[in-house]
Design a protein around this ligand. Structure first.
Ligand SMILES: *Cc1c(COP(=O)(O)O)cnc(C)c1O
Length: 409
């Protein structure tokens, strides 16, 4: 008699994007011929750069000849790619050994799977609002109580509120927690943690034998050299933090699929020795995953070449110019706008105490612009909308023109 994993029943309905789609459809039926400007996209839009295309082609070509064909690769990822990553970190003053990198098919799968090497008894803390996979993977693993529809959260979890008062970067919780998920630069708020913010979390974790899971997927969007791009820039982080990153937003690999995680050998928790979490993650990956595509890995190696890094930096500059255009236009229009300086997301306060969905409707009805309601990322996202810089420049310009001309405030 088979039984279902009933924890999946607790997952709150993933209705955010279907509901956005439904409202756009209604708007289009009621307003035929109007162009809808989509500023809610969390997906890259610009083509891969030349160096990367050449790397991917080389990957394909090597599969075409007997002499260069390869099947399954190294368990933790191609050594050349991990050596490139190690150099990449070294150039920013962080020493990570080649065998502390685990190459994967992306940051989302790693962020969802990493909880499986920790006890189901662990108490978990999340930023609120947050990228949904951290919460959902722990719900599916049975670490939460039921979802509270009124509160918009799960019992049993600790929500670290990110609001205007704390600059959208929370302090560590007052109570004891065992695992903490942090994302900086943050999706959805665009806020970036400083060294001091991260040091507070690292100190908290080391005092309590807690572990931080740090999602740095937007690290390359940081242009302010005073801000940390890796948690390992902070003293003590290698004893208490796992870092997850990705080529998705860095190099436009959202469809190519390639990421990495760092599990330092020095990482410890309450009941394990140094090296054990590292070995457990290796065991998990070799058991349930057979490595990232060798073609994608050739692309990743090309990203980390001098030319690749220069080209990808230019790609990020393009998106960040989009962010600047949105930010300045909205500020000029009198809206309160956060983020968008060292992150591709802008966190826009709904005017006049409107809710996220009310502001969504107003933007759509008046300016024909689509954002993403902040309340879809957690209860503390209520009253905000996320706008994204991932788009073609001409679309961004049309959208902000429409906001400036048509949004009534
Ligand atoms: C886009 C995004 C990712 C992406 O993950 P991939 O699986 O590598 O595409 C991870 N974390 C956050 C916070 C993101 O916004």
């Amino acid at each position: 008699m088979a039984k279902i994993n009933a924890h999946y029943r607790k997952l709150s309905a993933g209705y955010l994007f279907p509901e956005i789609g439904r409202r756009i459809k209604i708007f289009q039926q009621d307003n035929p011929g109007f162009k809808v400007h989509r500023l809610g996209i969390g997906n890259t839009t610009e083509p891969l750069t030349q160096a990367v295309i050449n790397g991917l082609r080389k990957g394909v070509d090597s599969l075409a000849a007997k002499e260069t064909y390869s099947g399954y690769g190294d368990e933790q990822g191609e050594e050349e790619l991990r050596a490139g990553l190690s150099r990449f970190y070294k150039n920013r003053g962080v020493g990570i050994e080649i065998d502390e990198f685990f190459v994967s098919d992306g940051a989302k799968p790693d962020a969802g799977n990493i909880q499986s090497i920790f006890s189901t008894d662990n108490r978990i803390a999340f930023q609120d609002p947050a990228y949904p996979v951290y919460v959902d993977s722990n719900v599916a693993a049975g670490r939460s109580g039921p979802y509270d529809n009124k509160q918009g959260n799960y019992s049993g979890f600790v929500y670290m509120v990110c609001n205007l008062e704390n600059g959208f970067i929370p302090d560590p919780p007052q109570e004891r927690v065992d695992l903490l998920y942090l994302c900086s630069p943050n999706n959805p708020t665009g806020a970036v943690a400083t060294h001091r913010d991260l040091q507070n979390f690292v100190d908290y974790a080391r005092e309590r034998n807690a572990v931080i899971i740090y999602d740095a997927s937007y690290s390359e969007f940081i242009s302010d050299s005073a801000l940390p791009r890796s948690i390992y820039e902070v003293n003590g982080a290698k004893e208490c933090a796992i870092e997850i990153n990705s080529f998705s937003k860095f190099a436009g690999f959202t469809g190519v699929r390639l990421g990495w995680s760092i599990v330092p050998r020095t990482l410890v928790c309450e009941d394990c020795e140094p090296g054990e979490l590292h070995d457990f993650w290796l065991r998990r990956q070799t058991t349930f995953f057979n490595g990232a595509s060798n073609i994608a890995q050739r692309g990743g190696i090309a990203v980390l070449s001098d030319q690749g890094l220069r080209e990808c930096a230019a790609l990020i500059d393009y998106y960040m110019e989009n962010a600047r255009v949105i930010r300045e236009s909205l500020l000029k229009r009198g809206l309160l706008v956060y983020g968008g300086v060292n992150a591709p997301y802008l966190w826009v306060k709904a005017p006049g105490n409107l809710s996220s969905w009310e502001f969504f409707n107003k933007l759509l009805d008046e300016a024909h612009v689509v954002g993403t309601p902040g309340s879809g990322f957690g209860p503390s996202g209520e009253g905000y909308i996320r706008l994204s810089a991932f788009n073609h420049r001409e679309n961004i310009e049309e959208a902000v023109r429409s906001i400036l001309d048509n949004l009534a405030l």
